[in-house]
Design a protein around this ligand. Structure first.
Ligand SMILES: [Zn+2]
Ligand SMILES: [Zn+2]
Length: 214
């Protein structure tokens, strides 16, 4: 079974999630955007052994601490999809744009694709490909405890922006409908910003996908 500890990081309050296998204490960090000390403290508090960093997409508020953390723990960076390489290559420019500490360019140990999975301890995450907010966005589904980590694809009552380079609103809507709304209603959705929600609640009420606003 899986424990999840959510740590809002960076001035954008990005939810860096520490996922810990209850039986083995092996763990991953999904989207470590910044505030390294806070994340290291969360790992210590959970008595966890971090095995990898997983990334949903290449935006700075999701990846800003990835390189340094991978060196601190001597672990791999896994994801996002190759389609977001241009965002990772632009990290120094993203740092200037958002007035963040300078983030160095890095290349993940492994790019992810639809149909991949990642296992740590007794926990397996299914990788789904969800372009639209960025062209290389992926999400992670944990079926045993019915959780999905969606980055900036879907939020409680909202969806990800599509006005950045490589964004595509029609593609985003399609990704949400085919890759998230295809999950059972009782799956808990962990967005990259703001509170958790469920697949069923968003399916019924989300104004950006319910068709109410065309
Ligand atoms: Zn983003
Ligand atoms: Zn974000």
């Amino acid at each position: 079974m899986l424990d999840v500890f959510t740590n809002p990081v960076t001035p954008f309050a990005q939810n860096a999630n520490l996922l810990v296998c209850q039986t083995t204490k092996q763990a991953v960090i999904v989207d470590p955007g910044g505030d390294i000390e806070k994340l290291v403290a969360a790992v210590d508090a959970a008595n966890a052994e971090v095995k990898a960093i997983l990334l949903t997409h290449g935006h700075l508020d999701h990846v800003g601490a990835a390189k340094q953390l991978s060196e601190t723990f001597d672990i791999d960076i896994v994801g996002p999809h190759l389609g977001d390489k241009f965002w990772l290559d632009a990290l120094p420019r993203q740092s200037e744009m958002f007035n963040f500490p300078m983030a160095e360019v890095f290349t993940p140990t492994k790019w992810l694709e639809a149909g991949d999975s990642f296992t740590f301890g007794d926990v397996t995450l299914e990788v789904r490909f969800t372009p639209g907010h960025t062209p290389g966005h992926v999400i992670f589904v944990e079926h045993t405890t019915k959780r999905v980590f969606v980055g900036d694809v879907l939020f409680k009552g909202s969806v990800g922006r599509t006005d950045f380079p490589g964004g595509n609103a029609a593609q985003l809507k399609n990704s949400i409908e085919s890759e998230i709304y295809s999950l059972p209603d009782d799956y808990t959705v962990f967005p990259g910003h703001g509170p958790c929600t469920t697949v069923g609640y968003e399916k019924q009420t989300n104004p950006f996908t319910s068709g109410r606003f065309g």
